[in-house]
Design a protein around this ligand. Structure first.
Ligand SMILES: [Zn+2]
Length: 171
């Protein structure tokens, strides 16, 4: 099942990033190389280059500086997945070392991995085979707060109401 995720985050964030640059589409490893050089991305303490990513509605990976909002990276459009990505460079060239579905703007399900995989294999770039950290997002049916479910505890952090077992963030 392929879900197109529309932005479900805060309206003030959506408005504040309206003029931010859109994420760069990565069609090849060369594009990734150019983006890293031109935007002077620096490895973190673990030697990994972090970035914000979305899979756009045409199925391509788009990346932006790691502190960018996903809605800006996506140019305000709906996405097939979103999260944080960490690149490494070794003797095989660039690889994806770590990748998550952490995006409180789009709240993508972990099942959106297959769209990420398709996008990465189009480039192609080696990847870990799944999200290395998975996040579960739910909207509280009572107070509408967007929650990240922790330790399988399906309870709203604000009002303690039960959170549904199925994804509901766009309702
Ligand atoms: Zn609540």
């Amino acid at each position: 099942m392929s879900r197109l995720y529309r932005y479900v985050g805060a309206e003030d964030i959506r408005l504040s990033v309206a003029a931010s640059p859109v994420g760069i589409p990565i069609f090849s490893v060369n594009d990734l190389h150019n983006w890293i050089n031109q935007t002077m991305q620096k490895p973190n303490n673990w030697g990994l280059i972090p970035a914000t990513f979305v899979i756009d509605n045409e199925g391509y990976l788009r990346v932006a500086d790691r502190h960018s909002e996903h809605i800006a990276c996506a140019g305000g459009e709906s996405v097939l997945s979103a999260g944080e990505i960490f690149f490494t460079c070794n003797q095989h060239g660039f690889e994806v070392a770590e990748i998550t579905n952490q995006s409180t703007g789009y709240c993508p399900e972990s099942e959106s991995w297959f769209q990420v995989e398709k996008a990465l294999e189009k480039i192609p770039i080696l990847h870990p085979g799944n999200f290395t950290t998975e996040f579960i997002f739910r909207r509280c049916p009572v107070c509408r707060q967007l929650n990240i479910v922790k330790d399988e505890l399906f309870l709203c952090a604000v009002c303690n109401a039960n959170l549904p077992k199925i994804w509901n963030c766009d309702c």
